[in-house]
Design a protein around this ligand. Structure first.
Ligand code: ADP
Ligand code: ADP
Length: 225
């Protein structure tokens, strides 16, 4: 199923080692948070899982398959970013279905999946709205629906709540967590918000200067020296 394995995975830029020999096994259905200071290599780690960045060394496996050199479209993943970047000229329905159209799903299947995803994120009545008619939280839910409509094995999120106000952030935290458990999607979630990591994750991976320092359930992670 949707396990993710990084084995001795390294990413080097000219004068920087962004990720340094990462060994990480993420279980099927697990919610794993990547935390650590700015510049420690969280986004680069996520990008190597997504295929947006190729490792300099080591391997990436998704669902037991070596995908190290596969492009993003050949990986069974979906991503949600901090800046949701909905297409402003498309309505909610078309925004959610965009990725499916690229992949040549037929119209009936697209409609079935869009309706299901919209129901999950509670946007059923809003499919014909334009993004600028939605609140920040609703836009973020469109971003999430666009990801889950693909029915991926793995869900990658890079600070998806960072741009929302505090109240909405707490609400969406609960919502994402509920969804993740309901769908059983293996999730890798980047955040610099320790409280977010504590409340949402099954395990927290603490990264420092490109290296995995510790990977453990929240309480163990922050209560032991
Ligand atoms: P984080 O997400 O934890 O803030 P990043 O993964 O974005 O960290 O960055 C890790 C390190 O790699 C940083 O030192 C950053 O400057 C460097 N880096 C990231 N992307 C590039 C790039 N495209 N070119 C050169 N250096 C990069
Ligand atoms: P396309 O034009 O991409 O082939 P369709 O013919 O399926 O798409 O639908 C035409 C337009 O109607 C779509 O672009 C979409 O905006 C809208 N639409 C289709 N189904 C729904 C729906 N269930 N709810 C809201 N809007 C829909």
């Amino acid at each position: 199923m949707g396990q993710v394995n990084l084995t001795d995975t390294t990413k080097r830029y000219e004068d920087v080692v962004a990720v340094d020999g990462m060994n990480l096994e993420i279980e099927d259905g697990e919610f794993l948070c990547l935390v650590g200071p700015s510049g420690c290599g969280k986004s680069t780690t996520l990008e190597m899982i997504s295929g947006l960045t190729l490792p300099s060394e080591g391997t990436v496996e998704i669902a037991g398959k070596d995908v190290t050199n596969d492009p993003p479209k050949d990986r069974d993943i979906a991503m949600v970013f901090q800046n949701i970047a909905l297409f402003p000229h498309m309505n909610v329905y078309d925004n959610i279905s965009f990725g499916l159209r690229l992949r040549d799903f037929d119209d009936d299947e697209i409609e079935r999946r869009v309706k299901q995803a919209a129901k999950i994120v509670q946007l059923e009545g809003m499919l014909d709205r334009s993004p600028d008619e939605l609140s920040g939280g609703q836009q973020q839910r469109v971003g999430i629906a666009r990801a889950i409509v693909r029915e991926p094995e793995v869900f990658l999120m890079d600070e998806p709540l960072a741009n929302l106000d505090a109240k909405l952030r707490v609400h969406m935290r609960t919502e994402i967590q509920r969804l993740q458990k309901e769908l059983g999607i293996t999730t890798v979630y980047v955040t610099h918000d320790q409280e977010e990591a504590m409340t949402m994750s099954d395990r927290i991976a603490i990264i420092n200067q490109g290296k995995l320092q510790q990977c453990a359930p929240p309480l163990t992670c922050y209560n032991e020296p």
